[in-house]
Design a protein around this ligand. Structure first.
Ligand code: ADP
Length: 542
């Protein structure tokens, strides 16, 4: 006897239905792209999402279609987040920081039929409009008063378009395994690759994210996703918050420390973004000593390695717990979060921060292993570095039009990261496999070197790269951006690094640059950096 329980498809529209029915008055406070802060709630978001779904159906959009959105984190974006899948379509989130060629590539590759675009981003679309082969309609996410002049024919005004239908509509029915969202990796090597999330993977992933050892989100909380909804499935917060009935504060396009600080003032007790955002916010607070963070309790930091100084400042100075996280677009994106297990709670505060420099342990829905290059399993002893593999119900199986499995025969996905595991299942990212510095047959973690260099008070940004060496294969050097008006000596920086590294691991040189190149997701682009060093004809000393 089997299958006597209800077959209740895991569809994301159920998330907004649940929020609207059981948490209708929980607020969505949003800085609109037009400027003013707007107030909405889950009931209103659902009503607008139904109107979006209805109006999309009116434009002929249905099951199997793809709808693109290029927008900042606002309430409107959330309406489309549910409206597009509610019309049966997959929502393709577009990163406005992509280079024009990449933007054309991903829109055509995913075959977006409709584009929703914030009104300030219209010039980006105008510049590529002639090269878009599948887009039928452009919907400008604003009201009639703020419609920009555009040369794109037939551009639709979002608010008028939504108001043209009554919302008396039922979500388009489909399978839980239907496509729900599409997000491309940033394409640091080659063309970006499309990851297609299903309703089922997004729902299960949100349940996992919400759990106590992960985000630990409840209806008593207010979360501000600073991480854009277009980056790595928006770290799932667009699903996790309404599922928990948590209030949302949407920061809009102003990601300056002052802008974010102001939005934190709306009772935000948990927030999430990449380390750079928090480095800037902490610098802003340092320069404005009178400012405090009275409501903030937890900050999720991931996307790249979180420097120890950031963890310590948040926790010791502001009483805000840091949740260091690791994830990837291919994992929906959550892989691990560094929350405390009992054995970590027992440690003294300093040793606990050591643990927080790792990226933590996975939820039930993610399984990890580390192997050597031949695929042999490596021990979880905190020291042995290996290739990190992941599998789970929200991990990529195949890329869009990839025509081949993205996993090995046992369903493990090669993350491209190099990691260690500790006996308690805490994982530490040591590097990306293509960035790890291989010297004399040993691996040196570029991330660890960078974090050590950031311990110098005059260092604004640090990148460690391997430079070819006739004897050792590669030797590490540090590329440093100095804080404005500061002139640290190379020896002082290496002195700090030497406190945490063996002699053979210490970089051979320190090179100062005015800036370091970044990818569209704001990470250091080692590829471009190596190119710059080559152009400079850089040679190791001695
Ligand atoms: P992209 O590949 O487009 O930069 P992703 O967000 O998918 O965007 O990047 C995933 C990668 O980011 C991971 O494979 C890993 O190398 C890096 N990463 C994510 N979180 C961390 C972290 N906490 N520490 C170190 N690296 C991280």
């Amino acid at each position: 006897m089997h299958n006597l329980m209800q077959n209740w498809p895991l569809r994301v529209e159920r998330i907004i239905d649940h929020a609207a029915r059981y948490h209708p008055n929980r607020k969505i406070i949003s800085r609109s792209v037009e400027g003013p802060v707007t107030h909405s709630n889950y009931s209103e978001i659902r009503t607008k999402a139904l109107q979006v779904a209805q109006a999309l159906s009116g434009l002929g959009i249905g099951r199997g279609d793809v709808v693109g959105v290029m927008a900042w984190n606002t309430a409107r974006h959330l309406e489309i987040w549910y409206g597009a899948p509610g019309a049966g379509a997959a929502l393709h989130t577009l990163n406005p920081r992509l280079f024009a060629d990449q933007m054309v590539y991903v829109i055509n590759h995913a075959e977006d039929k409709i584009l929703f675009v914030d009104h300030d981003l219209i010039p980006l679309i105008e510049a590529i409009w002639d090269k878009l082969t599948t887009v039928k309609h452009l919907i400008i996410m604003t009201d009639a008063d703020h419609m920009p002049e555009t040369k794109i024919p037939g551009a639709i005004c979002y608010e008028d378009w939504v108001a043209s239908v009554d919302g008396d509509f039922e979500w388009v029915k489909g399978e839980e395994t239907d496509a729900c969202g599409i997000c491309y990796t940033s394409g640091t090597t080659g063309n970006p690759k499309g990851v297609v999330y299903t309703h089922r993977s997004n729902t299960l992933h949100a349940l996992a994210c919400q759990s106590p050892d992960m985000l630990g989100l409840s209806s008593r909380e207010t979360i501000m996703p600073v991480v854009p909804l277009f980056h790595a499935n928006g770290w799932s917060i667009g699903y996790t918050a309404p599922m928990a009935g948590a209030q949302m504060v949407m920061p809009g396009r102003d990601m300056s420390p002052a802008g974010l600080y102001e939005m934190l003032g709306h009772g935000v007790n948990i927030t999430a973004a990449v380390p750079t955002i928090w480095l800037l916010l902490l610098q802003y607070l340092e320069a404005n000593q009178e400012l405090e963070l009275p409501d903030l309790e937890r900050v999720v930091i991931g996307g790249s390695s979180c420097p120890r100084a950031v963890i310590e400042t948040f926790q010791n100075k502001y009483g805000v717990q840091v949740l260091h996280a690791w994830g990837m677009t291919e994992l929906s994106p959550l892989g691990t979060i560094c929350s405390f297990k009992p054995e970590v709670m027992e440690l003294d505060p300093d040793a606990r921060v050591d643990v927080q420099e790792t990226t933590g342990h996975p939820p039930f829905t993610v399984d990890l292993k580390i192997t050597d290059d031949e695929g042999r399993i490596l021990p979880w002893d905190s020291n042995t570095q290996g290739r990190l593999w992941a599998r789970g119900d929200a991990v990529v199986g195949e890329y869009l039009k990839g025509n081949q499995s993205a996993t090995d025969s046992e369903g493990w996905f090669d993350t491209g990261d190099v990691a260690t595991m500790d006996p308690h299942g805490y994982m530490a990212i040591r590097d990306r496999s293509k960035d790890v510095i291989k010297s004399g047959g040993e691996w040196i973690s570029s991330i660890d070197l960078e974090n050590a260099a950031l311990g110098h008070p005059d260092v604004a940004e640090a990148a460690a790269v391997g430079v070819p060496h006739p004897k050792w294969d590669e030797r590490p050097i540090l590329v440093i951006v100095r804080k404005p008006g500061k002139e640290p000596e190379p020896a002082d920086i290496l002195d700090i690094v030497s406190k945490r590294f063996a002699k053979w691991q210490i970089p051979d040189d320190v090179v100062f640059m005015d800036e370091i190149p970044h990818t569209a997701t704001g990470k250091i682009s080692k590829l471009q950096l190596r190119g710059i060093l080559e152009e400079m004809n850089y040679k190791l000393p001695g």
